[in-house]
Every structure is written in structure tokens, then in C-alpha cells.
Write a protein that binds this ligand. Structure first.
Ligand code: SF4
Length: 157
């Protein structure tokens, strides 16, 4: 792979997706995938709440939160929510705004390094990693240097 190659033409889309989001969304039977008619008047209202656009926030957010607390995927969803830094949808019992308040610079660095490690393992050149992640190549080299010194990465949040 050369730095001028288009990454999408060289790596399968799934490989690129998982490298960019090593903690992807949890797989399995999510509570929010089924309409809970005791909590929401209809499926569209429930969907809007989980899409981060609740029709009546005071009513819908607590209901969505309660659904998450019964969800078998809660732990994985929480990890994905923290790591993805999604800025819109309701995930793991929290609004995007509630999650944003917990963000730390160390989490941002940890996420970038996790992505660097995954892409590097796929033999993606540092110039392409830099382009994909929107950082200078010297930052990517510095990340690789730091990754080489540690056996694990700190948690993202
Ligand atoms: S924890 Fe909440 S947002 Fe995440 S999958 Fe379960 S119900 Fe959906």
C-alpha cells in the first residue's frame, strides 16, 4: 500500500470500519430494537427518543433511560458510547450532552491511539493513517512510539 492509494480501494470496508471504531456498537438483542408500548405511545416516539430527538424530553428521556437499564447489551453499549464520542443519539442510558460532560483529553488520545494501532496492524502506512485521522504524520509516529512502550491503553472516557 502506497501513501497515494485511496484507502477505500485497498482495504475492505468492514476492515476499515472496525479499525476506525475498534469498540463498535454491541451486537445482539437490544432493548431499544423492540417497541416498549408501556413506555412509549408509539414506535416512532421511541425511535425519536433514541435518535436523540425526543418529542417530549421530560417524558421520553427517563423512559429511554429505564429501557437501557434493562438491556442485556448495556455494558457494551456504554463502552461504545464512550469510545465513539457520538454527539447525537441516546446511548446506554445517557443523552449525548450527558456523555459529553464526561469527555476527557486523555480519552481522545486513547481513542486516536487505538485507531492508530488497528490501522498499523493492517499495514496502513503512517501517511495514510495521518490523513484518515486528520493529524500530522509526526503525531502518528509519536503515537506508534508510545504504543510500543505500553502493554495496554487507558480507558477512553
Ligand atoms: S443500552 Fe440502551 S441504547 Fe444501548 S442498545 Fe441497549 S437499549 Fe439500546
Amino acid at each position: 500500500m502506497e501513501p497515494h492509494d485511496e484507502i477505500e480501494n485497498v482495504l475492505p470496508p468492514e476492515a476499515l470500519f472496525w479499525a476506525m471504531e475498534p469498540f463498535g456498537p454491541p451486537l445482539g438483542e437490544a432493548a431499544c430494537s423492540t417497541w416498549d408500548l408501556k413506555r412509549f405511545p408509539d414506535m416512532r416516539v421511541q425511535q425519536a427518543a433514541f435518535d436523540g430527538e425526543p418529542a417530549v424530553p421530560k417524558r421520553d428521556i427517563p423512559q429511554a433511560r429505564a429501557m437501557c437499564h434493562t438491556c442485556p447489551l448495556l455494558d457494551g453499549c456504554r463502552r461504545y458510547a464512550q469510545d465513539s464520542r457520538d454527539e447525537h443519539v441516546f446511548l446506554a442510558g445517557e443523552t449525548a450532552e450527558e456523555r459529553r460532560k464526561k469527555w476527557r483529553k486523555t480519552g481522545e488520545i486513547a481513542k486516536r491511539r487505538r485507531r492508530v494501532a488497528e490501522l498499523y496492524a493492517l499495514n496502513v502506512p503512517t501517511a495514510i493513517i495521518a490523513r484518515l485521522l486528520g493529524h500530522a504524520e509526526r503525531s502518528i509516529r509519536s503515537d506508534l512510539y508510545e504504543l510500543g512502550k505500553r502493554s495496554h491503553l487507558p480507558p477512553t472516557a
